[in-house]
Design a protein. Structure first.
Length: 72
């Protein structure tokens, strides 16, 4: 008789365990963020003599980068 009670209790426990497992809620997801900060593009009208150095890309005294295109 004890063996039946153990078997019955095991079946009941198994039934409740399966019912409880069906109540799980799983949430999965992924988050990805990328940010780029761009400065506004504006035309410059600086004299080539105001931008020291050589080459097409030069830096002014305040740190601003300017393009000095020959013939423009």
């Amino acid at each position: 008789m004890t063996g039946r009670w153990v078997a019955c209790a095991a079946l009941i426990a198994l039934a409740f365990a399966r019912a409880a497992a069906a109540q799980d809620v799983r949430i999965t997801g992924a988050t990805w963020v990328q940010s780029i900060d761009l400065r506004p593009l504006r035309r410059d009208s600086v004299l080539a003599t105001a931008a020291p150095g050589t080459g097409e890309v030069r830096r002014l005294a305040d740190g601003q980068r300017v393009s000095c295109i020959e013939g423009a």
